[in-house]
Write a protein that binds this ligand. Structure first.
Ligand SMILES: Cc1cc2nc3c(=O)[nH]c(=O)nc-3n(C[C@H](O)[C@H](O)[C@H](O)COP(=O)(O)OP(=O)(O)OC[C@H]3O[C@@H](n4cnc5c(N)ncnc54)[C@H](O)[C@@H]3O)c2cc1C
Length: 334
């Protein structure tokens, strides 16, 4: 069956402008439309600001539709999902694409239920197969991937993780039946009256390292004293703490703090590698970080060629100085 209908790409516009997630999603939506050979358009809850309008043009969004009463509905997800699914029906959309952030992940199942559509979350790669799209998403912390086919029969709601668009999938598993389970359309329920009263940002000390924005990690170049200092620094700056396998093996942290091939794959804005040699097993888990800064006593440590910035220095000197800086910085923790 040939793919038909239209793709709608929902982007939330914090303060009326596109953030990085929105820009990534638009670029993804445009590419997806090209692969599927379907027309597409963007849907927004609020009026786009000046920069957002330029961005929409830059990403080639052929049209941008504002949801009726979208701004007022932002804190009432069930109503927003209702407005979005009504628009999708009117527009003859067969594929609705949302970001896998807190808003998108909340709207997606409700919109799918309203549309009687299949739902596929955290899709990171799309390929054209025989008269169908092959959509893949990671499983088991990126160790496996699951691929589903969408042949255009029925509609599909799908979410894309905000910061994983470039992630490489490690293996592909094809389920034998390329069929999605469908949602039954439910009658309005208690969720319809739920309102968002506030948003609590994740705590960097406890957030899953795969979602952390800034990670300071130590390797075997630390000792109990410098490890304690790293933990203090992470608390002062409110950033996430990671370790290499030998440090995990010492029993100083839980498994969820270990970064690398066997541990977490991470994609932070900043990864600070302290006393880490840079083995392939560790680097494999950090290579998609936006910026890697490393500190090591050995100028030949393999971590340096894998870093954006590197410093030959001793943790015993560096960590106390960083703690002082953190304590005395304007607006800092002191
Ligand atoms: C199948 C398999 C899976 C693995 N999975 C993982 C994984 O998921 N994650 C992981 O991390 N490892 C993993 N490993 C282990 C990996 O191969 C390395 O052994 C490990 O990453 C090395 O950790 P490290 O850099 O802390 O230690 P080392 O390689 O011992 O490096 C310590 C570094 O600290 C520096 N240093 C020493 N003292 C100081 C100081 N005072 N100041 C500054 N620098 C100093 C040294 O110059 C050295 O470069 C795996 C191994 C295997 C076989």
């Amino acid at each position: 069956m040939a793919l038909q209908g239209k793709i709608l790409v929902f982007v939330d516009l914090p303060d009326g402008e596109l953030d990085e997630t929105g820009r990534g999603l638009l670029s993804y939506g445009g590419r997806l439309a090209g692969i599927a050979g379907l027309p597409w358009e963007a849907v927004v809850p609020v009026a786009p600001g000046e920069e957002a309008r330029t961005d929409f043009a830059r990403f080639g969004a052929p049209a941008v539709t504002q949801l009726n009463e979208g701004a007022a509905l932002l804190d009432a997800p069930a109503h927003l999902a209702h407005a979005l699914s009504s628009l999708a029906k009117e527009a003859g959309a067969t594929l609705l694409l949302l970001p896998h952030n807190d808003l998108g992940a909340t709207l997606a199942p409700m919109a799918a239920a309203r549309l009687g559509a299949a739902l596929l979350t955290e899709v990171v790669s799309v390929k054209k197969g025989e008269g169908a799209l092959e959509l893949s998403r990671p499983l088991l912390g990126l160790r496996l991937a699951e691929t589903r086919s969408w042949d255009g029969a029925g509609s599909l709601v799908m979410t894309v993780p905000a910061r994983s668009l470039s992630q490489v999938l490690l293996a592909t598993v094809r389920p034998s039946a390329p069929v999605f389970s469908r949602f039954a359309v439910k009658e309005p329920c208690a969720a319809d009256t739920a309102r968002v009263t506030g948003r609590i940002p994740p705590d960097p000390q406890t957030v899953d390292l795969s979602d952390a924005e800034v990670i300071f990690s130590v390797g075997k170049g630390c000792d109990p004293a410098t490890f304690g200092q790293l933990q203090e620094l992470c608390r002062l700056l409110n950033v996430s703490c990671g370790v290499t396998r030998p440090v995990y093996d010492l029993g100083w942290t839980g498994f969820e703090r270990m970064v690398g091939q066997t541990g977490r794959t991470v994609t932070p804005r900043l990864y600070l590698a302290l006393g880490i040699s840079g083995s392939m097993h560790h680097v494999g888990g950090i290579k998609d970080s936006r910026r890697i800064v490393s500190v090591n006593l050995d100028p030949k440590a393999p971590i340096f060629p894998n870093s954006n910035e590197g410093y030959v220095a001793d943790l015993k000197e560096i960590l106390p100085r960083l703690i002082d800086l953190a304590k005395n910085a304007p607006g800092g923790a002191a």
